[in-house]
Design a binder for this molecule. Structure first.
Ligand code: UDP
Length: 252
């Protein structure tokens, strides 16, 4: 792969895709059409030899905190376990979408359920990546009260991923909500401290702190735009890079 804008291409990446990516805008559940288009993009990058681990969210089905708030009967920890199981449902759907696009995959779960997924075992996961299999990491961290953003940050460190790619439906990090504020500006690079200090919505704070502490860059980008996953992995400057020492706090 070449890097048209100077940043070197990545060899091992952790892609975080939220539950909302599994369904159409404004809907819930799973749309295999949405997944198929992401799967085709992923097939193209894997053919280029990049090692790809994917952490999937579960918000299209259930978010633990919200569910616990509306339910009087479900205790919070149960609601979070339900959220983790939702990510396994998504993981299974993503696995079939990828396999039908011709991508070799393995699904690993942080909660043991041998009938549907391998357990997450770091060394085994690394071997799969080295064999160019896409590894889908489901069930978050396996522990309640955190989000899959945190799972993505932790797994990135554990697997020595060079970067966390945070796929979203917006094309980067803005100074304000670009839908409500037409004057909001988009950053091409920004520091962890500024994201945390300004409370910009990139990933949850726990995940941000982890990436900051371990010097793992996060790139926020619109991954549904066809070709963007390949572009970001090739080192093209799209989206917003959150990093420890930005070369400049540029506006895009
Ligand atoms: N979750 C959890 N522990 C984890 C990861 C996730 O308890 O390590 C639960 C949590 O309740 C969360 C739900 O799983 O709300 C679904 O994940 P998330 O909300 O991060 O999905 P996304 O917003 O990415 O769709």
């Amino acid at each position: 792969m070449t890097s048209p804008a100077g940043r070197r291409p990545y060899r091992r990446v952790l892609l975080k895709i939220s539950g909302e990516s599994f369904c159409r805008e404004g809907e819930s559940g799973i749309s295999m059409q949405e997944l198929s288009s992401v799967a085709e993009q992923i097939r193209d990058v894997v053919q280029d030899g990049v090692q790809l681990a994917i952490v999937c969210g579960g918000g299209n089905i259930l978010r633990g905190k919200q569910f616990a708030e509306v339910s009087r009967t479900i205790v919070p920890s149960t609601a979070h376990y339900m959220g983790m199981l939702a990510t396994v449902i998504n993981g299974l759907a993503l696995q079939d979408a990828l396999e039908s696009a011709g991508v070799q995959t393995r699904l690993q779960s942080a909660i043991r359920m041998e009938g549907v997924a391998e357990p997450f075992i770091r060394r085994r996961c690394l071997r799969h990546l080295e064999k160019n299999r896409v590894v889908i990491l489901a069930a978050g961290t396996g522990s309640p009260f955190v989000t899959t953003d945190t799972a993505a940050a932790l797994r990135a460190r554990e697997l020595d991923a060079e970067v966390v790619l945070k796929g979203t439906k917006v094309d980067g990090v803005y100074s304000d909500d670009p839908v409500r504020n037409p004057h909001a500006i988009r950053y091409s690079e920004i520091s962890f401290r500024d994201v945390l200090g300004q409370n910009l919505q990139v990933m949850d704070a726990q995940a941000m702190h982890h990436c900051m502490e371990h010097d793992i860059d996060i790139i926020v980008f619109d991954y549904k735009r066809v070709g963007n996953i390949a572009r970001v992995i090739a080192g093209e400057r799209i989206g917003t890079r959150v990093t420890r020492d930005p070369s400049s706090v540029e506006q895009a």
